[in-house]
Write a protein that binds this ligand. Structure first.
Ligand code: LLP
Length: 458
């Protein structure tokens, strides 16, 4: 369910007509619907309410400050993966205790900043990372809580780039190593290793993959609690994210479907005091955003017909990187072309099969390939749907294209929540070129790098 709909042949986000927005802020531009964000968050929260989870919104899916603030005000904690995301999170006013900090490559200054801020849980991915966290914690005198990310070796059958729960990925440690991990670090005086973290992949439509991985992990939790001579009771189970978004109408399971399968596995444990964390990203944000782009030219080449737009792989990387499907449609259409569903093969008369491409100098620069579309011409506006997640956050300045604007709609009100970058922004960091005073790194102490200065608070 989302709040993007056609009214008299014109796409609206809530009560705002897309062409009016594009006229006001230009294109390309990301448009988010407040009502959709709130609705998606609330549905997820309601579905999982029996488990009373801490819902840590995955900031990486859509990290705009205003969107983050909105979800935080709604009750969300945050799933963070970098010092930059921590900085954003603090700027959005989240309680750091309601945040988890994940990622395979946490840097010392990021760890120090997260300790300083009082982040709720560190999700740990390796022995070496744990030792580093413990050492930094010992130096700062803070005693963080940590959850070990385990890799249950379950195949979520999603795109190979977004599969993380297989043994062959860089994420987490396998279940056997997890036992040894707790034996080795479970009694650490500097850090409280009390949690288990799981995240098997992204856009996981196979609910059974969650069931299998949770079952395997609960067996581990029981083993740890019974371990001798020192038992390791687990206080927190973080199930990660990965719940699917409907890129095509009614394609992915709904929050209630995931909750119905997962809830019964955990209900008794929750009643006995186990805390559950969820880290949803795209299920909340994907269909809460569209990308508006203007048609610059149309052209034919061989058998192909191209619609060339001002958005491309620099604005939305997912089609190029994962061959991801995003429904694309003109913002103004004749009555017969109002889409009833969002699918790759709309069953409507008078469509033309086109490639929707961008201005970037790469053949891999496309938003859609061989896609039936109502006839369009120069100046028309297109909407690329389902782009609220991993759209703007993966955008780049390739070909020196400034980053697009972001807009948040609430009813009839439109707010510019990120200004379009200017050409001056493109070169701002290059203006002050200056000679570098090179330090002596010949001794190992100097070569080991800076001691954790932390990250400034916003
Ligand atoms: N938790 C962890 C530890 C994660 O690594 C991720 C996503 C999430 C939660 C949120 O996953 P979600 O609920 O949004 O599926 N750029 C890719 C997705 C990469 C996801 C990386 N990790 C895409 O555009 O599909």
């Amino acid at each position: 369910m989302d709040h993007f709909h056609y009214h008299q042949g014109v796409l609206h986000c809530e009560e705002v007509a897309a062409p009016r927005l594009a006229a006001a802020v230009g294109t390309p531009c990301y448009v988010y619907s407040r009502a959709t964000l709130v609705d998606h968050y609330d549905r997820l929260a309601a579905a999982f309410a029996p488990l009373d989870p801490l819902i840590c919104f995955a900031l990486k899916s859509c990290s705009n400050l205003s969107v983050t603030r909105l979800l935080v005000e709604r009750g969300a904690g945050l799933d963070l993966v970098s010092g930059g995301e921590l900085y954003r999170a603090l700027a959005a006013g989240v309680d750091p205790g309601r945040c988890v900090f994940a990622g395979v490559g946490k840097q010392d200054d990021e760890i120090a900043a997260a300790l300083e801020a009082g982040v709720g849980w560190f999700n740990i991915e390796s022995e070496a990372e744990y030792e580093n966290l413990s050492a930094i914690a010992a130096r700062t005198g803070r005693r963080p809580r940590a959850a070990l990310r385990v890799n249950p070796d379950v195949d979520p059958r999603t795109h190979r780039y977004t599969t993380t729960g297989r043994r062959e990925t860089k994420f987490g440690v396998d279940l056997e190593r997890a036992r040894a991990f707790f034996r080795r670090f479970g009694g650490d005086p500097h850090c409280r290793l009390r949690g288990i973290h799981l995240h098997i992949g992204s856009q996981v439509e196979r609910i059974e993959a969650y069931v299998q991985s949770i079952r395997k992990t609960l067996a581990l939790v029981d083993d740890l609690a019974a371990m001798s001579p020192t038992p390791h009771p687990i206080e927190l189970l973080d199930l990660g994210g990965g719940f699917g978004a409907d890129y095509e109408t009614a394609q992915a399971p709904r929050p209630a479907d995931y909750a119905a399968a997962i809830g019964p596995l955990l209900a008794e444990r929750v009643a006995a005091g186990l805390k559950i964390v969820l880290e949803p990203g795209r299920m909340i944000t994907a269909n809460a955003g569209v990308l508006l782009t203007r048609v610059l030219y149309t052209k034919s080449s061989g058998t192909k017909r191209f619609v060339i737009c001002d958005a491309g792989m620099h604005t939305l990387l997912r089609p190029s990187l994962y061959e991801a499907f995003h429904f694309a449609w003109p913002c103004r259409v004749a009555a017969g072309h109002v889409p009833r569903t969002r699918t790759a093969t709309p069953d409507l008369p008078g469509l033309e099969v086109v490639d929707i491409v961008g201005p970037i100098c790469e053949s891999g620069d496309f938003l859609a390939v061989d896609r039936p579309l109502p006839p369009v011409q120069r100046g028309d506006l297109l909407a690329i749907f389902g782009t609220g997640a991993y759209g703007m956050t993966m955008a780049s300045r390739y070909n020196s294209q400034p980053l697009p604007a972001e807009v948040l709609i609430a009813g009839a009100e439109a707010t510019l929540v990120r200004t379009r970058e200017t050409y001056d922004d493109l070169i701002a960091h290059e203006r002050a070129s200056q000679p570098i005073a090179l330090p002596d790194t010949s001794s190992s102490a100097a070569a080991s790098g800076p001691t954790v200065p932390g990250i400034p608070t916003p």
